[in-house]
Design a protein around this ligand. Sequence first.
Ligand SMILES: [Fe+2]
Length: 605
Amino acid sequence: MTPPRRDATTNVVPPGSRVSRRGFLELLGLAGAAGAAGAMGLASPLGAQTAAVGGGAALPPGYAPGWPDGVMSGDPQPDGTVLWTRVADPGVADDVPIVWEVAEDAAFGTVVAGGMVAAGSATGRTAKVVVTGLASDRWYHYRFSAAGSTSPAGRLRTAPDTGASPDALTLAWCSCQQRSSLFVAQRAVANEPDLDLWMHLGDYVYVNDVTTLSLDDYRSMYRLWRTDADLRLVQAQLPTVAVWDDGEFYNGIDRTGDPTRLANAMTAWVENFPIVPPGGDPTRIHRSIRWGDLVDLVMIDTRQYRDPAIDATDTRTPEGAAIFDPSRTTLGTAQRAWLLDQLDTSAARWRALGNSYNFGMWRLDDLDDGTRPLPPGVHQNEGIYAPNEAWDDYWAEREAILEHLAANGIDNTVSLSGHTHIWIASALSPDPDDVSSPLVGYDFTCGSLTSDPDVIGQAVGNGSTPQDAYAFYRNVSEKSREINPWQAYVNFHNFGYGVATFTRDELVVEYKAIDVHDDGADPTLLARFVLPSGDPCAMSVEYFDEPLYNGATAAPTPVPHLPWQAPCQAVQPPTTTTTADTTTTTAAPGGTAAQPVTANPSFTG
Ligand SMILES: [Fe+2]
């Protein structure tokens, strides 16, 4: 029997209905063969039946879809979500017809949505389904079937209704997964007990800057990364909300790149994530996801519209002073207007930016000496900035956004960020050098999942002991906090991810580290931040031991964390010694030669 051909992604289950497996097969027009599948002794009658679901497709005998990238759901909405998978290339031009189904139970006994979707060569054999008609604020199970095979099952979650008042949203966020070490952090995220979703802020892949050029080149990167079982695990377990950084294009990408190459990179990314670009623009990824009246997640694109980075770092030079140029943008005119509108119109208790790179100010040296009035010719925010091609390079645009928050009384705004491979937590005010500048929010930048720098390992390779290297980077971290008193936390050496729990009364952020060289590793807590709703000056921080890995056997030398005091009073002048050159140094214990902060090569993410 040839089943009826259906439009791609048509849901055959009437919205609000709950049907049995047989009922679902009948709706698909496949019921006649379900018994045959059972008679064949196959564990998955639906999968077996879909061997016959060709709809005219000429798939080669023995073709197996394989589900090599697993399954994903993403961008939860109150009535549905987006599902995603990929099948193996059948080697023929025909589409591979796939059955998709969403059930209330893990055994798929009660199906609430399902239908057919095609995986064609035009999309690299990926398939994407926009599911609607589901109940809000609950978990479901989903899977795909084709050519006699059923995919691993995944879990999806719908968001609360727009008008609902949920108690909490708990999410993990992360970035930067080189294939240089184990994806145990991704496994740990999958095993976190209370997550509603995970957010990946880019450097999901690191393409080859020279040889990754064509659409197929870019597609192959996602296929390669998804050979990792732990990555497939977390993607099946949790809804994914993602944006790109530069690893998905090439190092340092901006709007001036080759248009064909940029289009290839963006097409491959959109193809490979459970996202439907809003507004009919196939490469637009800035979008908002609302969690009732509790949180608006505002996902921004810092890459495709941006002016080239500066990285001259010293604002006393013309090149460095360009960071203050108000015409420079990382968002582009249209996205910036959209972002401000999202912030203005948000009725949620919290606003959280999904920001591919760190939003807080970060200086290696403060050059205005904290004196007022400023000497002639010295800019209010003069300094040596960290060379990491992030928001400091677009100082004026960031200042305008933060001033907008202050001027319009928009509170409870935070940025969840990635990119720099260094953990940083920063208080945000339009002008951190102005004691009257209001504190409008915080940036929480996570360290990398697996990507360099392995600063301890590098120092050991240069002859240091792990303990001395550890102590050195702990000292550098606290020296950074002296220079940047709005920084609540800095950590150069641990890998891991962040967990944010938004409730009506507070936001709790936890930084979690894991040993990416130990396949049995469990995460440990680095720091916990508690930000009361409406009172950023009252944010508190708990510091925990920062593990030393890399095979070290002795306990590292403790280096105490500076006490945290939110900069709601006068910003203290720096206590560090400033010099005319571009380095800030700190003594390392045990006589190890001090290194400049600028020695770290991986600020560029
Ligand atoms: Fe990175």
